[in-house]
Write a protein that binds this ligand. Structure first.
Ligand SMILES: Cc1cc2nc3c(=O)[nH]c(=O)nc-3n(C[C@H](O)[C@H](O)[C@H](O)COP(=O)(O)O)c2cc1C
Length: 395
């Protein structure tokens, strides 16, 4: 290993969970589950096994819906019913057998940002519609530029409590399935994030208004979940450090939010940026755009902070050396090359198949189709490639 990549391959512990290196797979919806019942498929398992065998330390499994009652994407993972346990258990076992740790990102849905082929009613904290900010569509998604979403129906208090309880039950299923933890999907302006944001939360009751009230849903999810899953199970939180829009929260408020989350028992923070109004903040056209926000959030908390949108191992190494981040995560980089980590460890950086940031992945998934990649023809077909079959323990 070249001396300059030492930090990237230094082990780390998140609470009591030892992780082999600082490289995470960022949650990435792939439309690999069944249309009916959102069950784990062999394709989903082999996709993740490829990234685990490729040397990634921690896989953060894609957004998994805890209550499919409102607007949501098809063929994305679910944890609302015991019938989903067997598939989830197979997935956890396969990732562990392939050598990585695994947490699942649990979500309550799209909220007002339900702008793709979706089923279900569009709900949110308040009746504020989302819009794709003009000129902010990520590369290849220009056809969505300026689109305004359906005006959502504000959730009643009873419905919010129902969502909280479903969330906890979903997290318990993730634990029962054998995963190492969950990550709360509190970023990107989706439903949980919409409660935190002053841009989208105009409620007058205890779930809106003041800073404390806007954090109530997130904190209730954390406290109620912790009560059920126990002290050792990892609970991470993914937040946009800064919403980067007028009327939204800025990085100073992001730091306050992170501190409150740490107090509420979160074990790590996974960063992201923006919401649909500044869409290319979420899926940037270049790498390293979230490093400054990550640095600011890391200054505010003592728990590990993960920075996404790293594509070049040297960029990740440099950020780790500087102490700006504790771990890095990759979505599109690991779609393009599942062996990114192994190649970096071996010092074969020129062999890494680089993502060209064309967003073919996003276009296929948002269209409801299995993920595809312009530079990696194996993506979506891993179930037919023996190299990516799960290792069977004891053989
Ligand atoms: C196809 C696709 C699906 C994604 N699904 C999720 C998701 O389920 N949850 C989430 O928090 N982020 C999701 N993201 C965002 C990524 O986790 C990541 O933050 C973003 O792509 C920027 O990082 P990158 O430059 O490494 O791709 C998705 C990204 C892509 C490309």
């Amino acid at each position: 290993m070249p001396a300059k990549l030492e930090k990237l391959f230094e082990p780390i512990k998140i609470k009591n969970l030892p992780i082999e290196n600082r490289i995470c797979y960022a949650p990435t919806g792939k439309a690999h589950c069944t249309e009916d019942g959102h069950q784990v498929t062999d394709q989903a398992i082999c996709y993740y096994v490829a990234r685990a065998k490729g040397g990634t330390g921690l896989l953060i499994v894609e957004a998994c819906i805890a209550l499919p009652k409102y607007a949501w994407l098809g063929r994305i993972l679910g944890c609302w019913d015991d019938s989903q346990l067997a598939g989830l258990r197979n997935l956890a076992e396969a990732i562990h057998a392939a050598g990585a740790k695994a947490v699942v990102q649990v979500t309550l849905g799209l909220g007002s940002q339900a702008m793709f082929p979706i089923k279900g009613e569009v709900v949110a904290p308040s009746d504020v519609p989302s819009r794709i900010g003009k000129g902010t569509a990520p590369r290849g998604l220009g056809f969505m530029d300026g689109v305004v979403g359906t005006t959502p129906r504000p959730l009643t208090k009873e419905e919010i409590v129902e969502l909280e309880d479903a969330y906890v039950a979903g997290a318990e299923r993730i634990k029962k399935a054998g995963f190492d933890g969950i990550e709360v999907h509190g970023c990107h302006g989706y439903l949980i994030a919409e409660f935190i944001s002053p841009y989208s939360n105009k409620r007058q009751d205890e779930y809106g208004g003041s800073f404390e009230n806007r954090l109530r849903l997130a904190k209730n999810l954390l406290h109620k979940t912790r009560e059920k899953v126990g002290a050792d199970f990892i609970i991470g939180f993914r937040m946009s450090g800064d919403e980067h829009i007028e009327g939204g929260y800025n990085i100073e408020e992001g730091q306050r939010i992170a501190k409150e989350l740490e107090k509420a028992g979160v074990d790590y923070i996974h960063m992201s940026s923006g919401r649909y109004e500044v869409w290319n903040r979420m899926f940037p056209d270049e790498e390293g755009t979230m490093l400054d926000d990550t640095k600011a959030i890391k200054q505010a908390v003592g728990i590990p902070v993960i920075c996404p949108n790293i594509h070049n191992p040297l960029t990740g190494e440099k950020a780790l050396q500087k102490g700006i981040v504790d771990m890095i995560s990759l979505s599109r980089g690991l779609i393009a090359d599942p062996a990114w980590a192994n190649k970096a460890r071996a010092g074969k950086l020129e062999e890494i198949r680089r993502c060209i940031l064309c967003n073919t992945c996003l276009k296929t998934v948002f269209g409801g189709f299995s993920i595809r990649c312009a530079v990696n023809p194996e993506v979506g077909w891993e179930r037919f490639i023996p190299e990516y079959f799960p290792p069977i323990k004891g053989r």
